[in-house]
Design a protein around this ligand. Structure first.
Ligand code: HEC
Length: 142
């Protein structure tokens, strides 16, 4: 048997948890398995990292920041916020294929557009891997 107070207490706890979830608990969508299984064919290649830097500066830095801190000049007030790549453990916890998939296909209903072939930005897969190589070379923090 539940007392009225117990029911009310658990209802308000549920509401509290739901509110907290909505405020901080948003997750970036996870790539499908076939993408998660991919590894970057250009990882560690200096030429690729250089090319990736050029594309990153032109297309990504205005939101994600030159330093990968998510504080570019267009990032202000975006909701959900722009991902910072240079937070401790962030890149370590993301698979190559996850990064590749989001860059290629975007994150629906956010300011993260799709950049892959056939979009307005029309980046080739190779260019996306170059960016991923650059990001790992520059922004990864243990
Ligand atoms: C207009 C601002 C904006 C620009 C420009 C932009 N992004 Fe994003 N990006 C975002 C936002 C906002 C998110 C968070 C999306 C979410 O919460 O689902 C994001 C998320 C990401 C993620 C996170 C993926 C993950 O799984 O953790 C990656 C990687 C990324 N962007 C790469 C890029 C790259 C590379 C470019 C340039 C080709 C770029 N972004 C350009 C706004 C932007």
């Amino acid at each position: 048997m539940f007392k009225k107070e117990q029911v009310l207490a658990s209802l308000s706890l549920a509401a509290l948890l739901l509110g907290a979830q909505m405020a901080v608990g948003r997750e970036i969508p996870t790539a499908p398995e076939n993408f998660l299984a991919m590894t970057n064919p250009l990882a560690g290649k200096k030429e690729a990292e250089k090319a990736g830097l050029e594309t990153y500066k032109k297309k990504c830095a205005k939101c994600h920041g030159e330093k990968g801190d998510g504080a570019g000049k267009s990032a202000k007030d975006l909701n959900p916020p722009v991902t910072a790549f240079n937070k401790a453990g962030y890149l370590k916890g993301r698979k190559d294929g996850q990064l590749f998939w989001i860059i290629k296909n975007g994150s629906p209903k956010t300011d993260m557009d799709a950049y892959g072939e056939g979009t307005n930005f029309n980046l080739k897969d190779e260019q996306i891997w170059q960016i991923v190589a650059y990001m790992r070379s520059k922004f990864a923090k243990e």
